[in-house]
Design a protein around this ligand. Structure first.
Ligand SMILES: C[S@@+](CC[C@H](N)C(=O)[O-])C[C@H]1O[C@@H](n2cnc3c(N)ncnc32)[C@H](O)[C@@H]1O
Length: 272
């Protein structure tokens, strides 16, 4: 590898190029330096709903900011429209940043956008970002993998098409030596808990719920698998939330402290 390659190519954003940029979990300080440079250089930024204002503030004053976000059940633009918009902007000679929450390659529909660009002859590249699971584990003060306890880390989406049951391999997910990082899992948390219990994961498996990880509005709640449906009732927030399930969560000092006086246990006692 040459020194120039190692330092990155500074001519990597000519007019007519698309960069799919990971905006990280929300805190602007969790952006990569490359992401910041690309955002500052863009003439147009197409951004998700989960990209925070602190990140968008980095765009040049003359840049166009276009919200194309999708939040569960509230789609502002469908995927085909987003694909078309970024391709049209690039073909018009813009320097296009497609800014996505977290890491673009994790539940980010990146492949559709890359394929649309490639089909139109538009150069498209990816700048990775910090995914929500990493930010959530950092907030909890624990590790996603843990020698002797969690030798497998699984990124799972619990988003199902309206009215459909989750189509997941529960047998392999119910592994006591795994950490499950469940994205888009708020609505399906009860279904997830029931399925994992039915496939043999112990009832006392620790679960952490982290909402708005890395943002000032961050909330964390610790519970156990059998109490997860009740815990979700206690999570009244509307922000994005990540569920972390697995023994590694027992090693969070924050989780342990919260588990003892947890509202969830009070909830469970009232309900029983
Ligand atoms: C469409 S997925 C995108 C994931 C993103 N590409 C990533 O790598 O984090 C959206 C889901 O990510 C999770 N998420 C994103 N930002 C989050 C945050 N700041 N705190 C907690 N969960 C977050 C939530 O589960 C949310 O429903």
């Amino acid at each position: 590898m040459t020194l120039r390659q190692a330092q990155g190519d500074r001519d990597d954003f000519p007019a007519g190029t698309v960069w799919l940029v990971g905006a990280g979990p929300g805190d602007p300080e969790l952006l990569t330096r490359k992401a910041e440079r690309l955002i500052r250089s863009a003439s147009v930024v197409f951004h998700d709903a989960l990209v925070g204002p602190g990140v968008l503030d980095l765009a040049a004053s003359g840049a166009r900011l276009v919200h194309v976000g999708k939040r569960s059940g509230r789609h502002s633009k469908d995927q085909a429209t987003i694909d078309r918009l970024i391709v049209e902007a690039a073909l018009a000679g813009e320097r296009v940043v497609r800014l996505k929450g977290g890491d673009p390659s994790i539940f980010g529909r990146s492949m559709e956008e890359l394929n649309a660009c490639r089909a139109a002859g538009v150069r498209a590249r990816i700048c990775p970002g910090i995914t929500a699971a990493s930010a959530a584990a950092a907030s909890l003060g624990t590790s996603l993998t843990l020698r002797g306890f969690a030798r497998k880390l699984v990124f799972v989406t619990a988003h199902a098409c309206a009215g459909e049951a989750l189509d997941l391999d529960w047998h392999s997910l119910a592994d006591p030596m795994a950490t499950l990082a469940i994205y888009m899992g708020k609505a399906a948390a009860g279904e997830v808990a029931r399925a994992l219990l039915a496939h043999g994961l112990p009832a006392n498996t620790p679960v952490a719920i982290v909402e708005n990880a890395s943002l000032p509005s961050e909330q964390t709640l610790s519970t156990r698998l059998d109490l997860l449906p009740l815990a979700m009732l206690a999570c009244a927030g509307t922000g994005p939330a990540l569920l972390l399930i697995g023994t590694a969560m027992n090693h969070s000092p924050l989780a342990a402290a919260k588990m003892q006086g947890s509202d969830v246990h009070a909830f469970a006692e009232q309900a029983s």
